[in-house]
Design a protein around this ligand. Structure first.
Ligand code: ZN
Length: 244
């Protein structure tokens, strides 16, 4: 059977969205699992989401929220809303899940692919890649043809040609071209920010070198109810419906 890799990330403790994505990936025949990080933060089910990703044995890298929630660093410089969520998540996390989050690497090369949460040049500085120019430093450090990342919550494809020019392709299904490198953002499972509230992830088939973007409706109001019931900021519930 041909391998199919489900690549997902920025789950952000949204169990309702994660369940729909996992069910779809299984139905689509996913054989392998990669997670680009930010399993926790923002939404109400951090332990449940950690458990699901661990159960799958997904190759997982550390996101900024995973890091802040798993380590007891000061939150002084944080936006008050972000600090409130990190503090809440720290209180919720089981010892086991905290240890697991602490063990995650910033980047990983696996099965000929690179996986990172933010950028390859300074993975621990959590830079955002929205434009081609912001993708350039990562290509310098990318030793494989394909790298998956997350962090912006916006699905995206950046492509580097043989002579180094970097461009942005539409976030649509495509086939890798030999001699070019790709830095591909999976979009977000649990808090999309491209004005589309549907959960986002990627199915990658190494055999045919094809990438498919998947967008799925899930029960947004159920996720919102959990956020409110947990006493988390109302804004976090509202933004799920807006996809912002
Ligand atoms: Zn994130």
């Amino acid at each position: 059977m041909d391998k199919k890799i489900a690549v997902l990330g920025d789950i952000h403790a949204n169990l309702d969205a994660l369940d729909v994505v996992l069910a779809d990936a299984k139905e689509q025949g996913a054989t392998d699992w990669i997670c680009v990080g930010d399993v926790v933060g923002y939404n109400a089910c951090p332990n449940e989401c950690c458990a699901k990703i661990r159960e799958l044995g997904a190759v997982t890298v550390c996101g900024n929220h995973d890091h802040y929630c798993a380590f007891d660093e000061s939150l002084e410089d944080f936006h008050p809303l972000a600090a409130a969520v990190v503090a809440w998540t720290r209180r919720q996390l089981s010892t086991e899940n905290r240890e697991w989050l602490r063990s995650l690497p910033y980047q990983k090369v696996v099965r000929g692919l690179t996986v990172v949460h933010a950028t390859l040049d300074q993975p621990e500085h959590w830079g955002y890649v929205f434009e081609s120019v912001e993708a350039e430093p990562s290509f310098t450090y990318q030793r494989t043809q394909l790298c998956f990342h997350g962090h912006t919550h916006v699905p995206a494809v950046f492509e580097q040609h043989g002579f180094g020019a970097v461009g942005r392709l539409p976030a649509e299904d495509f086939q890798l071209v030999l001699g070019r490198k790709y830095f591909v953002n999976t979009g977000s499972v649990g808090q999309p920010r491209d004005s589309d509230s549907r959960a986002s992830y990627i199915l990658y088939e190494p055999g045919s070198r094809t990438i498919r973007f998947r967008r799925l409706d899930y029960d947004v109001s159920a996720a919102q109810q959990r956020v409110l019931a947990a006493g988390l900021p109302e804004h976090l519930a509202r933004r799920l419906a807006a996809g912002r």
